[in-house]
Every structure is written in structure tokens, then in C-alpha cells.
Design a protein around this ligand. Structure first.
Ligand SMILES: O=C([O-])C(=O)C[C@H](O)[C@@H](O)C(=O)[O-]
Ligand SMILES: [Mg+2]
Length: 446
């Protein structure tokens, strides 16, 4: 008797965040996600997590009639049917907006497909008694997945009047500092040391685009002095011009292992063209989650040699899609990595399972989880050892069993604070009235 999906639930949730700074402003006190829970006719439960926001919630809900009543064994066909329905929805949407806005809409479609695909894979893997990684690509390649410590400048929450969480964890130095301002190179090194103590990270990424590039490079140099063996990267989200990127990175080979989205589109040149020039002239490997985010962009990026590390986040490539990228990287002279946003433990397990199926060398996976540690929705907290999460071959499914009480509490938080779509500009405007996003000017250079 083939089990069918009896119920698909879409649950918007919120969690607490620190006042993390970036080019687009400051993270607000709450981050949002959409959780999908599917239950089959045997009572087997599968889960998935994708970015928050009402558009994604509504699109996921529109998939429910195409999922309920179908056997999980028809996973491919279910996802394909949803993809067709969603692409008709998007095509029917009113025209207008910029090309970037259009790309964002399509990214939201893959976010939704990931929300449908992941719980189905979880259920399928549980029935087959294998980890999800065994169902991806050529199957499970490793039992342990490396993550990096994702460092951020942190704003002073006390100046905002916004309900940022604080004093929530006194268990160690990381718990004590992660909600407090960090606005200097010393503070960034301190963050890295505290995070390493708790999680064991070997590699680090600094979110740039906040102070001048020169100041941020000082932080990178200070990090390298403290962690000489670490692979270190910086990501200003394309804030610098090509000339500035080259100037800033002139002596950084050996200090930076790779550079993520240093520059973007400029005058007559596309972001993929400026990144190609940067890669060639700086001698640095280049990573991106901005200019190589689907197959069409991938073709253009490969043709130009713009990107050596596509950060193939399962949330916008789907789990199977991001492993296809990993296979392509392995077969060509590229290396695979993963982008992240604030997330709960379900997403962390999704990334770990995908990375466990990535063949050959991969870059330590990005994760924001250190900012959320303690807010898991599963019954057990994820445990990092030596900067790694294990993906045991004898643990069926995604590796997370949902805790209904925690899920309900995260949903209540979403409702009570009227959370919706992320707005980093609002966070920044709470300390700098009238502040506006400028893609070419660091957030605190005004
Ligand atoms: O690599 C990236 O660009 C990111 O991690 C995107 C995120 O939205 C990051 O900028 C953040 O959390 O502020
Ligand atoms: Mg990035």
C-alpha cells in the first residue's frame, strides 16, 4: 500500500536576531521563515524551511491542493506540477518593475519549490531508512560537514527603541557578546574567538559593506593575524567599484582565501563582467550569491570566468538543484559553497544534507545559525563539533524531528509582532532617521 501525503501545513514563523549590519541596513529584531510540515498516511512527518515573507507563504499555500492526496513516491512529478503552476502564477503577475525585481520573483518560485521538495525528500528518506543525502546526486559522500563562522558588525540596539533580544544567554562568551555592539576590528576578532570557542569554526566570513573598504580590510588582516590557518573571506554585497576592489585586494592574496561579491554592475559592464575582471587582475578566487543564482546566470558566469565559487544555497536552487551545482563544480574547475540567511535548525540540516552529497572539495558552508543558536524547532538542538555537523548514515531523513510546541511558539512570535517581509532599511532608520539604501555606499559611510 503506497502512502500518500495526507496533510501539508505552511507555518510562517519568527525568531530573534541581533542587530546585524550590512549594505542594506540592519537586521530587525525578528527574522522570519516559512516552515512546511507534511504528514503521510502512515503518520510519517517530513519538514522543510524556506525564507519568510507573505508572498512565499501564499505561494506555498497555493501548492497544497497539488500535494495532498499524492503518493510521496511521485515526488518528482509533484514538484514539477507545482513548478508549472507557479510559473503560470508568475507569468500572470502584473508586468513592470526592474530586471532585478523580476529575478527576485523567480527566486521566490524556487524558494517555494524547495519548500515542497524538502519535506517530500524527508518522508521518502525516512521510508527508505537513509539520510536525505543518500537521495541527492550520486549519494552521500561524507559523514561530517564543515561550516564557517559568519561574523557581522553589530549595531547598538539600545539606540533603536526596537525590541531586540538581549541577555538571553550567559553560558559562555559567545552568549554574552552576540547581542552587543561590535563596530571595530578588535570586536570582530573577539567575536571570532568567542564563536570558535563555542562552535569550533576553523574558517570565517565577514559581512562587509558597512564601513569603508579600507577599514574592513583592517578587520580581515586582524582576523588573519589571530587565525593564521583560517580560510577567510569578506562579502560587501557588491558595494565596491571594480577599481576600489582591486585596490583593496592588492596585497590580500594569502590573507583572503576568496572574495565574495566585491563589486557589481558598473556603467556599461554587468556584475559578471566586473567580477571576471576582478578575478583575473586580483588573482583571488571569487564567490557569489548575487550574479550566479540560476542556470542561465551560471552559463554567463562560466563563459566569462567571473565566479570560481558559486554559493548554491538549497533555498534558491532546491536541494537537488544545489547538488547538481556541486557536481558541476566538481567536474569543472570550480568549487562549491553555500549562501545563507538567518534560519532555524531545519535549514541547517538541509544545508548539511546537501553538503554531505557534494562530491570532492567544498568550501565551508555559510550559516547564520550562531546568531540563532538555542532557538531550534527540532526536538534536539544541532551540535557543532570542531566546526562541523555530523550527517550519520544510520539516521533516516533530514535529521530533525519537529517539536510542535516550539513551532507553535515561533508562529505566535510571528503573529504577535506582525512580522512579514524582511526590511533591513527599517532597522537602520531606527538609528539614522531618513537612512536610505545605496548599493554603492557602505551602510555607515554617509
Ligand atoms: O552572502 C550574503 O550575501 C548573505 O549572507 C546575505 C544575507 O542576507 C546577509 O547579507 C545578511 O544576513 O545580512
Ligand atoms: Mg554574499
Amino acid at each position: 500500500m503506497v502512502q500518500v501525503i495526507k496533510r501539508m501545513e505552511v507555518i510562517p514563523v519568527a525568531g530573534y536576531d541581533s542587530m546585524l549590519l550590512n549594505l542594506a541596513g540592519a537586521h530587525e529584531p525578528f527574522f522570519t521563515r516559512n516552515i512546511v510540515v507534511m504528514t503521510d498516511s502512515d503518520g510519517v512527518i517530513g519538514v522543510g524551511e524556506v525564507p519568510g515573507g507573505e508572498v512565499i507563504t501564499r505561494r506555498l499555500e497555493s501548492c497544497i491542493p497539488l500535494v495532498e492526496g499524492r503518493p510521496w513516491s511521485q515526488c518528482n512529478d509533484i514538484v514539477m506540477t507545482c513548478a508549472k503552476m507557479l510559473s503560470a502564477q508568475v507569468t500572470a503577475a502584473p508586468a513592470g518593475g526592474t530586471e532585478t525585481a523580476h529575478a527576485q520573483i523567480f527566486k521566490k518560485v524556487t524558494n517555494v519549490l524547495t519548500g515542497v521538495e524538502t519535506p517530500l525528500l524527508d518522508i521518502m528518506a525516512k521510508h527508505l531508512e537513509v539520510p536525505v543525502a543518500a537521495l541527492l546526486g550520486d549519494g552521500q559522500q561524507r559523514d561530517s560537514v564543515r561550516f564557517l563562522g559568519y561574523l557581522f558588525y553589530v549595531g547598538d540596539r539600545t539606540k533603536t527603541g526596537m525590541p531586540y533580544i538581549h541577555d538571553d544567554d550567559d553560558s559562555d562568551e559567545w552568549g554574552r557578546i552576540r547581542r552587543e555592539p561590535a563596530l571595530t576590528a578588535e570586536a570582530i576578532v573577539h567575536q571570532a574567538k568567542a564563536a570558535q570557542e563555542r562552535f569550533g569554526f576553523h574558517d570565517f566570513k565577514l559581512k562587509g559593506g558597512v564601513f569603508s573598504g579600507a577599514e574592513e580590510m583592517e578587520a580581515i588582516r586582524a582576523l588573519k593575524r589571530s587565525f593564521p590557518d583560517a580560510r577567510i573571506t569578506i562579502d560587501p554585497n557588491g558595494a565596491w567599484s571594480l577599481a576600489e576592489s582591486l585596490e583593496l585586494c592588492r596585497d590580500m592574496v594569502g590573507t583572503l582565501t576568496y572574495c565574495e561579491d566585491p563589486c557589481g554592475a558598473e556603467g556599461r559592464f554587468s556584475g559578471r563582467e566586473t567580477m571576471a575582471e576582478f578575478h583575473r587582475l586580483s588573482g583571488l578566487a571569487t564567490a557569489t550569491n548575487m550574479i550566479d543564482t540560476d542556470w542561465r546566470e551560471m552559463k554567463a558566469a562560466i563563459r566569462l570566468d567571473s565566479v570560481t565559487i558559486p554559493l548554491a544555497d538549497p533555498h534558491f536552487w532546491t536541494m537537488r538543484g544545489c547538488v547538481r551545482v556541486a557536481q558541476l563544480c566538481h567536474d569543472m574547475d570550480l568549487t562549491w559553497g553555500v549562501h545563507s540567511n538567518n534560519h532555524f535548525d531545519i535549514s541547517l540540516h538541509m544545508v548539511a544534507q546537501a553538503a554531505a552529497a557534494a562530491p570532492g572539495f567544498y568550501n565551508a558552508c555559510d550559516t547564520h545559525y550562531m546568531w540563532q543558536d538555542g532557538q531550534h524547532l527540532g526536538q534536539e538542538p544541532p551540535v557543532f563539533r570542531d566546526g562541523c555537523l555530523s550527517v550519520p548514515r544510520d539516521a533516516p531523513g533530514l535529521g530533525v524531528e519537529i517539536d510542535r510546541a516550539k513551532l507553535e511558539a515561533a508562529h505566535r512570535l510571528y503573529v504577535e509582532h506582525d512580522c512579514g517581509t524582511r526590511d533591513d532599511a527599517a532597522g537602520m532608520q531606527s538609528i539614522i532617521p531618513g537612512w536610505e539604501y545605496d548599493p554603492h555606499r557602505p551602510a555607515l559611510v554617509r
